[in-house]
Design a protein around this ligand. Structure first.
Ligand code: FAD
Length: 364
């Protein structure tokens, strides 16, 4: 694979760079997301009829790299763009695609993900929230937890149990829930960073119309797997771009505070080397994606390495600072703790890599 930009990719990279130079926002939010959409940089790979630009995946990767390099915040509708949208594109009806996809890109409607429950995290097949089929749709009862953006969301992709007698992967149904419907209650959860990015959601007799079903009744597991593949598969580039910027910042800090310390020099060099390996692994995933259109299980490797490296390097930065909080690295270290839990814990990702990438026997 030739890793240099083609003439078309180079021209696109220049366009993104010069747009960012003139448009960097004072703060992230819906206005910035709208601006990204108006400039044609949201949903780059999505079909034009749904508000995208039908560009190749390489353009998406370039845009993510350049945004991260410029320190520009990403589009705020991360769950819509990375998970709900791609899932609707695969399993949704034409009406659903037209109704939801363009407004995800313009950030007119924000989405959250209602998968995890108090007793179902790594093992999603243990979900107990009821999605009870009725003549004209479904009634949802139960509780979800750790739902990022739920306090701002208009819609939720939710997996629940439609057959109360069923066990594990069978009897699950995947629906789109209107977060403004009667019976939906969102309670924010505060994280170690002091922010409240995620929430508990309580559903009490929430009515969901029949047209909000995604896939088949009882076929929710297959739909959920599409969501998870995209969650891990597309995360890599965005996050590696951010990590690249972090490594550059770490190098600057080491030059300023510990340039003569041979052990620190060694450890900083290791982080740079690991970053290069991660970038090359991402290019390999990109090649699979460009050939098949589906993210492969290798995305789990990128997510695992990225999240563990991010924790290691924020810890190293704090060591160089001698525990002093400069207002940046302290926050980054606290936030990095959640990275090895969200979108699959490190243990779960190692299981996936062992079984699905390396073909080792199943662990259970
Ligand atoms: C910042 C953040 C944002 C999140 N956003 C969302 C969201 O928007 N929507 C959503 O639905 N969820 C979200 N989550 C939840 C996340 O998906 C779960 O926390 C995660 O899947 C782990 O589940 P759990 O917390 O229930 O831990 P558990 O599954 O109870 O795991 C506890 C420990 O046991 C280990 N473990 C479990 N099973 C195995 C196994 N088979 N083999 C080896 N070890 C195992 C785990 O690795 C972990 O260390 C978010 C989490 C975080 C931290």
């Amino acid at each position: 694979m030739d890793l240099r930009d083609s003439p078309d990719e180079a021209a696109f990279r220049t366009r993104v760079r010069s747009w960012l130079e003139g448009n960097l926002p004072a703060e992230p939010g819906p206005d910035w997301s709208r601006k990204i959409f108006d400039a044609g940089f949201a949903g780059l790979t999505w079909p034009e009829e749904y508000g995208g630009t039908g560009a190749p995946y390489s353009h998406q990767a370039i845009a993510l790299e350049e945004f991260a390099k410029a320190g520009a915040p990403n589009h705020m509708n991360v769950i819509a763009l990375g998970m709900a949208g791609p899932t609707i594109m695969v399993h949704g009806t034409e009406e659903q695609k037209q109704r939801y996809l363009p407004r995800m890109l313009s950030a007119e409607e924000i989405w959250c993900q209602g998968f995890s429950e108090p007793d179902a995290g790594s093992d999603l097949s243990a979900v107990r929230t009821r999605v009870e089929p009725r003549d004209d749709g479904f009634v949802v009862n139960g509780q979800k937890v750790w739902s990022s953006l739920a306090h701002l969301a208009d819609f939720c992709i939710l997996v629940g149990r439609s057959d109360p007698q069923s066990e594990r992967h069978a009897g699950l149904t995947y629906v789109i829930v209107d977060m403004h419907a009667p019976g939906v209650e969102v309670r924010p959860l505060r994280q170690i960073t002091g922010e409240a990015e995620f929430n508990e959601i309580f559903f009490s007799d929430v009515e969901v119309p029949a047209e909000n079903l995604l896939g088949e009744i009882g076929g929710g597991w297959a739909v959920a797997m599409t969501t998870l593949l995209h969650e891990r598969g597309t995360l890599g580039f965005a996050l590696t771009g951010v990590l690249d910027a972090q490594v550059q910042r770490l190098i600057a800090l080491a030059k300023e505070r510990a340039a003569d310390d041979p052990i620190i020099r060694d450890r900083v060099a290791r982080e740079w080397v690991e970053l290069q390996a991660l970038k090359l692994t991402n290019y390999r995933s990109l090649a699979t994606l460009m050939q098949t259109g589906i993210p492969g299980p290798e995305g789990s490797g990128s997510k695992l390495f990225w999240s563990e490296q991010n924790q290691r390097l924020t810890k190293l930065a704090m060591e160089i600072l001698g525990g002093e909080d400069d207002g940046y690295w302290g926050y980054q270290q606290l936030r990095s703790r959640g990275n090895t839990i969200e979108a699959g814990t490190s243990e779960i990702l190692r299981n996936i890599i062992a079984e699905r990438v390396l073909g080792l026997p199943r662990s259970r």
